[in-house]
Design a protein around this ligand. Structure first.
Ligand SMILES: [Zn+2]
Length: 526
C-alpha cells in the first residue's frame, strides 16, 4: 500500500495525491495549479495518472486549488464517485461553475490579445509605417461589443480566416456542470465505503465551511491500516466555524500515515485578533468623513466572516447603521450555502444568533446586489455613506473593479484590505502604494492606479486588517499532532513552500516523529 504525491508537493497549489490499496486507487483532492499563467496552464492540462484506474475520489474542501481540476478528471475515462461533505458538495455547484466561467473568459481574452497584435502587425505591413492610435482604436472597436465586453464571434471568425491558433479553455462551464453529477455529499463522522474493505470518515478541519480531515481505513486479513489526510487545517477560535478536531473516535486513533499541510509550518500568526474593534474604527472614521468603505473580499469564507462581524457590530449599535451591499453573485450564492448548513457553526454562533431565531447572515441593513444594472447604480451612488463587499479578493476581475474606479480618487472613501494580495495583482499595487503613503519619507506625491485601462489618482485611504487567515500556523498545525488523541506512526508533509515544510518537519523530528517531505511524483510506502 502506498501514497503518491502529484501536486502541492513543495508548493501550495494543485493538491492531488493517490492512495493505492492494492485493490483500489483513491484520489485525494484534484486541485488547480495557480501562479504564473504559462507554467500553471501546462501543469493543469496534463493529468499525471490514467483516469480510468482511479476507483473513487475523496475531496477535502471546495477551494479551487483542491477542487478546481474536477472537471478535467470527469471529462474523460473516470467512472468513479467524488465523495465529500454536504456543505462542500453544495459550495462546489457555485465554485466549479464560476471556475468554468473564468477558464472561458481567460481563453477569450488571450485570443483577443493575440489577434489584436496580429492585426496591428498586418496593418503596419499594409501601410508600411507605424500604426496610428486611430487605426488601433478601430481594430479594438471591431473586436469588442462595448468597453468591457469582447465580440467573441468576430474574434473567432478572424482567427479562422487568418489561420491563427485558437486558445481553448481548460474546461467550459458546460463541462463544469457535467462534473457536478459525479459529486456526493455526506455527513461528518460517518463511515462511507470508497473501495474494497475501505471506508472514509470526515472530521471537522475548521478551514472553510465543509472542510474536512479525511480518515481512510483499510481492513484486510486482520490487518487495519489508517491514513489521515488533513487537506487544509483551519485556525482555532475563529468566528462562525467549529475548530479543527482534536478528539477522534476511539476506533480511529491509531494512524499509520498522517498527510498534513504545512503552508505556515514556520510561521506564527497573530492571535485571532479582535477583528470587530478594528473594523469598527475604520467604519466610524470613514463615515465621519462622509465616505464609503470598499472591501475587496474572497467570495467564500472571508465575505461571510465580514457579514457576521458587521452583524454583531450593528446589533450592538457600535457603529452607525449604514447600508451594507454584498456585490458579488458568487458571494451571495455561497452565503446561501452557509445559511443552509447551521450544523457547521460553532457554539458561539448558535448562542448569538440561532437560539434567538436570527440568521447570522441576514439583517435589515444588508442587501445582496443581483443585477449588473443595480451594481452600476451603486457604484455611482454618492448620496450616502455605505459599505460595499465585492469580489474578486485580489481585485483581478469582477465588480470590485467598478467600485474602485468610481471611489479610488476621493479621499473621503476607504479601501479596506482583508486578505493576502499576491504579487502582480491590482490588490497588491493598492496595498503597496496606499500603505507607503503614510510612512515617513513619503514625498506626498499622489500615486496613480490603473483600472480597466485608465489611470486614477489613489486618494482614498487604504487600510489593512490582518488576522483573517484561514490557515493554521505552526503551533496550530502541531496541535493536531501533539494536542489530539491520535497515535501517529509516520507523517507525510505536503502543501508548503520548501522552507515552510522543512522547518515543520525538523520541528516534528525533534519531538520524535518520523517525517517525510513529499516531492512531486514521490511515494510513501506503508
Ligand atoms: Zn483551502
Amino acid at each position: 500500500m502506498d501514497v503518491t504525491f502529484y501536486g502541492a508537493a513543495g508548493e501550495v497549489t494543485g493538491s492531488m495525491h493517490v492512495l493505492d490499496t492494492g485493490e483500489d486507487r483513491i484520489l485525494f483532492d484534484c486541485g488547480m495549479f495557480q501562479g504564473r499563467r504559462k507554467e500553471s496552464k501546462e501543469k493543469n492540462e496534463t493529468f499525471a495518472i490514467d483516469r480510468s484506474k482511479i476507483t473513487n475520489m475523496v475531496l477535502s474542501h471546495a477551494h479551487i486549488d483542491h477542487s478546481g481540476r474536477i472537471p478535467v478528471l470527469t471529462s474523460r475515462d473516470f467512472s468513479g464517485r467524488i465523495v465529500t461533505t454536504r456543505p462542500t458538495a453544495d459550495a462546489l455547484e457555485y465554485m466549479l461553475m464560476d471556475s468554468g466561467h473564468i477558464q472561458e473568459s481567460d481563453a477569450q481574452y488571450l485570443n483577443y490579445k493575440s489577434l489584436r497584435s496580429f492585426l496591428y502587425q498586418l496593418e503596419q505591413n499594409n501601410v508600411k509605417q507605424k500604426v496610428s492610435d486611430r487605426e488601433k482604436s478601430d481594430i479594438k472597436k471591431m473586436l469588442k461589443k462595448n468597453a468591457f465586453e469582447l465580440n467573441n464571434e468576430a474574434i473567432h471568425a478572424l482567427q479562422k480566416k487568418h489561420g491563427l491558433d485558437i486558445v481553448t479553455p481548460l474546461y467550459t462551464m458546460d463541462e463544469a456542470r457535467q462534473s457536478l453529477g459525479f459529486i456526493d455529499g455526506y455527513p461528518f463522522d460517518y463511515p462511507i465505503t470508497i473501495g474494497k474493505d475501505t471506508t472514509v470518515k470526515f472530521y471537522v478541519a475548521g478551514h472553510i465551511l465543509g472542510s474536512a480531515f479525511s480518515l481512510v481505513t483499510v481492513k484486510r486479513d486482520d490487518k487495519t491500516t489508517r491514513i489521515l489526510y488533513t487537506g487544509d487545517v483551519g485556525r482555532f477560535g475563529k468566528p462562525i466555524l467549529r475548530d479543527p478536531t482534536l478528539v477522534f473516535d476511539e476506533e480511529d486513533r491509531d494512524i499509520d500515515l498522517l498527510v498534513i499541510e504545512s503552508t505556515y509550518g514556520d510561521r506564527e500568526h497573530e492571535p485571532v485578533e479582535d477583528l470587530g474593534s478594528r473594523l469598527k474604527k475604520v467604519l466610524i472614521s470613514t463615515f465621519e468623513r462622509g465616505g464609503s468603505v470598499i472591501i475587496p473580499s474572497f467570495a467564500f469564507g472571508r465575505t461571510q466572516e465580514l457579514i457576521y462581524i458587521l452583524h454583531e457590530l450593528y446589533d450592538k449599535k457600535e457603529v452607525p447603521r449604514r447600508p451594507i451591499y454584498v456585490d458579488s453573485p458568487l458571494a451571495s450564492n455561497l452565503t446561501k450555502v452557509f445559511v443552509e448548513h447551521p450544523e457547521a457553526y460553532d457554539r458561539d454562533t448558535h448562542k448569538a444568533f440561532l437560539e434567538k431565531g436570527e440568521n447570522p447572515f441576514q439583517f435589515d441593513k444588508i442587501r445582496f446586489v443581483q443585477t449588473v444594472e443595480e451594481s452600476m447604480r451603486l457604484t455611482q451612488d454618492k448620496s450616502s455613506s455605505h459599505v460595499v463587499i465585492s469580489a474578486s479578493g485580489m481585485c483581478e476581475a469582477g465588480r470590485i473593479l467598478h467600485h474602485l474606479r468610481y471611489r479610488i480618487h476621493d479621499a473621503k472613501n476607504t479601501i479596506l484590505l482583508v486578505g493576502y494580495m499576491a504579487e502582480n495583482t491590482l490588490g497588491r499595487r493598492i496595498e503597496d502604494l496606499g500603505t507607503k503613503r503614510n510612512e515617513p519619507g513619503d514625498k506626498g506625491e499622489i500615486p496613480e492606479i490603473k483600472i480597466l485601462g485608465k489611470s486614477y489618482p489613489l486618494l482614498a485611504k487604504v487600510e489593512k486588517i490582518g488576522g483573517f487567515s484561514a490557515h493554521a500556523d505552526k503551533h496550530e498545525l502541531e496541535k493536531i499532532i501533539t494536542g489530539s488523541n491520535l497515535r501517529i506512526k509516520k507523517i507525510g508533509i505536503v502543501h508548503g513552500e520548501a522552507e515552510q515544510s522543512a522547518a515543520f518537519s525538523k520541528h516534528l523530528q525533534s519531538k520524535g516523529y518520523e517525517t517525510i517531505i513529499a516531492t512531486p511524483g514521490g511515494k510513501i510506502t506503508l
